[in-house]
Ligand binder design. Structure first.
Ligand code: HEM
Length: 416
């Protein structure tokens, strides 16, 4: 539509709908797909609607998603600084942007789950929602791991076409990634440092404060820990879970030792070695059976979760078949899964970096692959929940719960 026709057309519409506050777009500023006819219809309907109805007015796909902003956000440095733009730089930018969008979604989910568990009393009805959201976090992380393959369609030589233009930008400067780590519960003192630098020193003050605020406040680790500490299932009246569990562990360990010592296949040296190795597993059993051993291991940094919370997690795992424990069990599984997926991402990212850079240092100044590989080994959050598997005993050895207690753990309609 030429400028004159557009002008008179707008004027005509204004006479038809004098009270409308609806902006009339210029045909050259609207996406091509928006036909002026459709817009006329929207405009007319909008003008005769009440304010309440306007809340539910239609919106265009393009403007709703703010695609102008998003699609205008890929500026190739190689095109700006060099007469030969690097073809692969577009992929590099888009993959990173997509990551950042998903990071935003991850933060959104984690924040809501933390808020649910930060309540003094967690509403049991929220448990299903929390598990659903944590499962969504897992699915997104799976996708983020897969996306590394897309990045790897770029060859190391292609990458060198524009890598020079990236200094000193680096993944170190991803604020949202750090927020996710902090929200999950990764603590500063547990982090690997490079050149003794604080991980947050690359951020402006305002972002540093945000990270610190989260670290000092409720993280997923902490809210789950205190929720576990409050589980009512630990208070069994007459039935002392830990006492029964201890006897069951002793029975199981005795059986295992006997199986090793009576083996006709192992040499005496191998038998002695295996029995000795069982001793180190015993330390974990002791840590749950004796709060003092637990406190010592906590002080040494071998354990993080409180004794009470660990016992609750153990109980939930052992008696997960009881109906009332299904949801708590699924929740713990989802946390273990998230921790595993974060570690898998770290490994995959480190592998990709090895492929792209070999042993070159990173643009952020770290040792590159070697640093990233070490973070995969060190930056775990829910290690205590993984350790629960060390403490499990076979179902056949499980202490029988008193009928009264079983009734409490069951759904009423499933109990006689
Ligand atoms: C060609 C592709 C890539 C290369 C060569 C690469 C390289 C590196 C290197 C060397 C580091 C260590 C810090 C440094 O010294 O700069 C690093 C850190 C990081 N990168 Fe990448 N990266 C790539 C793609 C990605 C992608 C797609 C993401 C997604 C957001 C990403 C996110 C991160 C994050 C979050 C860190 C900090 C990790 C930590 O400190 O634990 N990187 N990257």
């Amino acid at each position: 539509m030429n400028v004159f026709r557009q002008f008179y057309f707008k004027k005509y519409l204004r006479t038809l709908f004098p009270n409308s506050k609806h902006q009339i777009p210029n045909s050259n500023s609207t996406p091509r797909s928006t036909s002026i006819g459709i817009w006329c219809l929207e405009f007319g309907i909008f003008s005769i609607m009440s304010d309440n109805q306007k809340k539910y007015t239609t919106i265009h796909y393009h403007s709703y998603l703010e695609l102008d902003k998003i699609l205008d956000a890929q500026r190739l440095r190689s095109a700006e600084l060099d007469e030969n733009p690097a073809h692969e730089e577009m992929l590099f930018i888009i993959v990173h942007q997509v990551y950042e969008l998903w990071f935003k979604q991850l933060m959104h989910e984690l924040e809501s789950v933390i808020a649910m568990f930060a309540e003094e009393r967690v509403d049991e009805r929220n448990l299903g929602t929390a598990i659903g959201r944590l499962n969504r976090v897992s699915e997104i992380l799976q996708l983020l791991i897969q996306q590394i393959r897309i990045m790897e369609t770029m060859t190391p030589l292609d990458f060198l076409d524009f890598r020079n233009y990236l200094f000193p930008a680096s993944g170190f400067q991803s604020f949202q990634f750090r927020m996710i780590e902090v929200m999950l519960g990764l603590r500063t003192e547990k982090r690997l440092t490079y050149h003794g630098q604080h991980y947050a020193s690359v951020f402006p003050e305002e972002q540093q404060e945000k990270l610190q605020k989260f670290e000092d406040g409720d993280t997923l680790f902490e809210v789950i820990e205190s929720w576990l500490e409050r589980t009512p299932f630990l208070d069994f009246g007459e039935f002392n879970f830990l006492e029964h569990y201890k006897k069951a562990v002793e029975r199981m360990v005795d059986k295992e030792k006997a199986a090793i010592l009576n083996s006709s296949y192992l040499s005496d040296k191998e038998k002695a070695m295996r029995v000795k190795m069982m001793g180190s597993t015993d330390t974990y059993f002791e840590s749950v059976l004796d709060p003092q051993v637990h406190a010592r291991m906590q002080a040494e940094g071998a354990l993080r979760m409180s004794h009470k919370a660990t016992v609750a997690a153990l109980l939930i795992n052992l008696y997960r078949d009881e109906p009332i424990l299904h949801n708590p069990f699924n929740l713990l599984v989802s946390l273990v899964e998230i921790d595993e997926l974060m570690t898998t991402w770290r490994y995959r990212h480190a592998q990709m970096v090895l492929r792209m850079l070999g042993r070159k240092i990173g643009t952020g100044g770290s040792s590159g692959h070697s640093y990233l590989h070490s973070t995969a080994v060190k930056h775990h959050i829910f290690t205590d929940l993984h350790n629960i598997s060390t403490l499990l005993i076979p179902r056949s050895e499980l202490p029988e719960l008193p009928t009264e207690l079983k009734r409490e753990l069951g759904f009423y309609f499933s109990m006689k």
